[in-house]
Design a binder for this molecule. Structure first.
Ligand SMILES: [Zn+2]
Length: 477
C-alpha cells in the first residue's frame, strides 16, 4: 500500500483505467508492451519522480496500431526522464508523441542506441508522412485530411533530448537512480536497473541470445527485488539448425536452380547478422564465391556503418565489419532497386527491408521474384500477426501488394534461428543467472500464450513467483 494512500485514476484509451499510487513506495505501471509484443512503455515512480522505460510504438494488427492514436495514459509533461533500452521502433517509436505532448526531459541510452534511434525515428516519421499523403491522394482514409502520427519535424524535436551514457554507470534522476547493462539484443541494446533508496527493479529490455553470431550474450541480472522480463519466445526453443547452416542450404539450392534467394529483413540488427554470416560462408568456401550479395535498404546501410563505428559493442574487432561490407553490393537508389528486379544475373542473394513485408523495397522484389519456383523466399524473423510475412507463414500462395494480388510460386522457408531474441531456454538461463533471486517476476513483451508458457517454466524450474503484466496494470513494491 502507498504511504499516503493517495490514489488517482488515469483513463487509458476508451475504457481501461490504471491507478497511480503516490507515496513512499515504488510504483510500476504498464502502458504498453504488456499482453503484446509492441508498444513498450513502463512508468516507474517514487514520490514525485517519474521515469519512463521505453516509449515504443504499437505495431502489427490494426487494433494495436490504432492504440498509437489513443492517449498515452499519463501526463507526458510530468515525466522526468526516459530510459531507452534500444532503438527498435516498438521501444522508441512513440518518443515523438511523448515530446509533442510536453515531455522536455532527457532521454538516456547508450551511444549506439542514440545513433540508431535517430535513423529509425526519422525514417518512421517519413513513412507516417508518406502514408498520410498516400491516403489523402487515394481518398481511402476515414479522416479528412488523413494525418501523420508524427511528422519528420516532430521526430527531429526528439533528437536534442537524447543523451548517450555508458553501461554500468549509475545516474540519478530525482529520487530514483538507474544503471544500464548489456542485453545482447542488437547494437547498443541494454537492460536497466532502476533503484530507489530501498527498492530495485530490473527491466530486461529485449534480450539477445547466448550464441548470437555478432552480439555479446546478455549480462546476468544484478540484484533486484523485481524483474520485468521479456517473453517474446517464451513458448519456443529456437531450431537446432544454426542460422548459418540454414542460409548455406538455401544458397546452395538457388545456386543449383539458378534462382534468387530473397530475404526480407529488418534494417537494424537482422540485416547485419545476415550479411556477416553470408560473407563468412563465402570466405570459408562453403558457398560459391561468385554469388553476388545485394543489401537493399538505405537505412540498413546507415545501420551497418554504425556496426563498424561501434565495434566495441559486438564480437567483431575494428575494421572487421567494414570488411564484411566490402563484399556486399549496396543498392543505393530506387532506380538501382528497380534494375535489380530486371537483372538476369543468377544465382543471387538479395536482403531487403522490411522484415515482415509491411512496406519497403522488398515488396517490389516479391512482385518480381515471388512468382518463379526457382527462387526461395526466406523468412528470417518474427512475423507479427496481420502482416504479409505472417500470411506467408500460414501458407498464403498469393499476396496483395500495392493494391493487386501477386502469385507466390517460389519456395517459402522460415527459420527462427536468425532471431535476435533469447528463446525459452535462454530466458530461463538468464533469469537463473541473477545475482539474487528476485521476489517477483513480471512478464512483458510477449503474446499471452508465450508469456503463459514461460511463466509455467519459470515457476517449475526456478520456483520464482511469476505473473503476466497486464496493460494498464499498476504494481507497488
Ligand atoms: Zn527489439
Amino acid at each position: 500500500m502507498s504511504f499516503f494512500g493517495l490514489v488517482r485514476s488515469v483513463l487509458i484509451g476508451d475504457n481501461r483505467t490504471a491507478k497511480i499510487e503516490i507515496g513512499e513506495t515504488v510504483n510500476i505501471e504498464f502502458f504498453g508492451g504488456a499482453e503484446t509484443v509492441t508498444g513498450s512503455k513502463f512508468l516507474v515512480q517514487e514520490n514525485e519522480t517519474r521515469i519512463l522505460v521505453d516509449c515504443g510504438m504499437f505495431q502489427g494488427l490494426k487494433r494495436l496500431r490504432l492504440m498509437n492514436w489513443e492517449s498515452l495514459g499519463f501526463d507526458a509533461a510530468k515525466i522526468d526522464a526516459v530510459i531507452l533500452t534500444h532503438a527498435h521502433l516498438d521501444h522508441c517509436g512513440a518518443l515523438p508523441i511523448l515530446v509533442k505532448q510536453g515531455f522536455k526531459g532527457p532521454i538516456y541510452c547508450t551511444e549506439p542506441t542514440l545513433e540508431l534511434a535517430k535513423i529509425i525515428l526519422l525514417d518512421s516519421a517519413k513513412i507516417q508522412e508518406e502514408d498520410a499523403e498516400y491516403a489523402n491522394r487515394k481518398g481511402f482514409s476515414k479522416h479528412h485530411p488523413a494525418l501523420a502520427l508524427y511528422t519528420v519535424k516532430e521526430a527531429e524535436n526528439v533528437l536534442p533530448l537524447m543523451k548517450a551514457i555508458s553501461l554500468h554507470q549509475e545516474r540519478k534522476v530525482g529520487d530514483l537512480a538507474f544503471t544500464l547493462y548489456g542485453s545482447g539484443h542488437i547494437l547498443g541494446a541494454a537492460s536497466a536497473l532502476v533503484s530507489s533508496s530501498t527498492k530495485k527493479v530490473y527491466f530486461s529490455g529485449d534480450l539477445g541470445r547466448y550464441n548470437d553470431p555478432l552480439m555479446f550474450p546478455p549480462e546476468a541480472p544484478p540484484a533486484a527485488d523485481v524483474i520485468i522480463m521479456e517473453s517474446t519466445y517464451g513458448d519456443r526453443d529456437h531450431s537446432l539448425v544454426s542460422s548459418k547452416d540454414f542460409l548455406k542450404e538455401c544458397i546452395l539450392e538457388v545456386c543449383k536452380s539458378r534462382g534468387v534467394l530473397l530475404i526480407p529483413s529488418f534494417s537494424v540488427g537482422r540485416m547485419q547478422n545476415l550479411l556477416h554470416e553470408i560473407v563468412e560462408l563465402k570466405r570459408s568456401e562453403e558457398i560459391p564465391g561468385q554469388v553476388p550479395i545485394f543489401a537493399n535498404s538505405p537505412m540498413g546501410d546507415e545501420a551497418s556503418a554504425l556496426y563498424e563505428k561501434f565495434h566495441d559493442f559486438h564480437r567483431l574487432g575494428s575494421g572487421q565489419f567494414a570488411e564484411v561490407l566490402s563484399e556486399v553490393h549496396s543498392v543505393k537508389t530506387a532506380e538501382d532497386s528497380k534494375n535489380l528486379n530486371e537483372t538476369l544475373s543468377r544465382p543471387m542473394i538479395v536482403v531487403a527491408a522490411s522484415g515482415m513485408l509491411t512496406g519497403g523495397r522488398i515488396l517490389h522484389h516479391v512482385k518480381s521474384f515471388g512468382g518463379d519456383p526457382r527462387n526461395i523466399l526466406l523468412l528470417a524473423g518474427f512475423q507479427s500477426a496481420g502482416t504479409r510475412g505472417a500470411s506467408l507463414l500460414e501458407g498464403a500462395r498469393e499476396l496483395k501488394i500495392h493494391g493487386r494480388m501477386h502469385p507466390i510460386n517460389c519456395k517459402v522457408v522460415a527459420s527462427d534461428s536468425f532471431s535476435a531474441h533469447a528463446d525459452r531456454n535462454d530466458l530461463v538461463t538468464w533469469l537463473k543467472s541473477a545475482e539474487r533471486v528476485p521476489q517477483r517476476v513480471l512478464l512483458v513483451h510477449g503474446e499471452i500464450s508465450a508469456a503463459e508458457a514461460l511463466r509455467s517454466k519459470i515457476q517449475a524450474e526456478a520456483g520464482i513467483e511469476t505473473e503476466i503484466a497486464k496493460l494498464g496494470q499498476s504494481i507497488t513494491i
